[in-house]
Design a binder for this molecule. Structure first.
Ligand SMILES: C[C@@H](O)[C@H](N)C(=O)O
Ligand SMILES: C[C@@H](O)[C@H](N)C(=O)O
Lengths: 165, 165
């Protein structure tokens, strides 16, 4: 199944921003995005998962150079929108396993998460699409994680192809 | 910018599964995926966001026919892994805005979330990749949401193209 994995990518130019405990009702996500549109930032990921008691966290990833203006924009937002807090985390990096259908096959996600686990790398956030499984992990573990993922998915499959031919 | 949006897609064959409050340490995501691999299920989304106090929720979406075997597999997992609970939600459906670069432009995410907000549709989960912004919403709102998103992104841009020619 590894033939599906086409590449391992990473991005160190990321800051994780989390709006904690926003009201879980219609219009809130739109308001948050409106704020980001107004400060002309580009986004790398938007993640919203399960919440608790009528509240949700909305997390997104921005380029490091945009931290200042997003911080400013979210300060104003907090006057309009009740929330528990806003956090900025510069200690993360992003690694992704890329290829058609990767997210649909749990074996690929398993091998990605297991590779990171074996390095003792904690997975902070996970987001998938049919073409990509992306994880936020500690920034200082990105380089070795990329190598290890390469070994799991790319080098092994090259060996398999050679053996098969 | 709407020329980026190539299609609106949806999926009603989904059940949202959430493992609540798993320990946030290396190896946990791998163990969860191992369990899913062993019950041969296919996955549609995996989402993990911010947690609280050393715990995280891991959410994923499975086909409705797999609910039984995943339920069984997660019962065994709960013996091995301390967690707060496991929930199954059959009341969701998935809608996606698809196109190159859609997730990087907050204006597209804004217009998607705003379209849903105007219908009074609550957004339960959000996951993005560079090709797709996906939302889980109430199942009984999927059809009208797809129409509205089509109107926002596809029909308007066709009008724009005609006017421009
Ligand atoms: C939390 C936020 O996503 C909210 N549920 C909304 O629909 O906007
Ligand atoms: C919660 C889970 O993702 C954990 N952080 C892990 O690395 O496996």
């Amino acid at each position: 199944e590894d033939v599906k994995v086409r590449a391992i990518t990473h991005n160190l130019d990321v800051v994780k921003v989390v709006l904690l405990g926003v009201p879980d009702k219609p219009g809130v996500a739109a308001l948050v995005l409106r704020t980001l549109v107004d400060c002309a930032v580009s986004l790398d990921m938007i993640i919203q998962s399960e919440g608790r008691e009528g509240k949700k966290d909305i997390a997104f990833v921005i380029p490091r150079e945009d931290k200042g203006k997003v911080h400013k924009a979210l300060e104003s937002l907090q006057k309009m929108l009740p929330l528990e807090g806003v956090t900025f985390d510069e200690g993360v990096g992003k690694v992704s396993v890329v290829g058609a259908g990767v997210a649909n096959d749990p074996r690929i996600a398993f091998r990605m998460f297991d590779t990171l686990a074996r390095l003792g790398v904690n997975i902070d956030m996970i987001s998938t699409s049919n073409l990509r499984i992306s994880c936020l992990i500690p920034r200082d573990r990105v380089a070795e994680s990329v190598s290890a993922l390469h070994e799991t998915f790319i080098e092994d499959s090259e060996v398999m192809l050679r053996e098969g031919s």
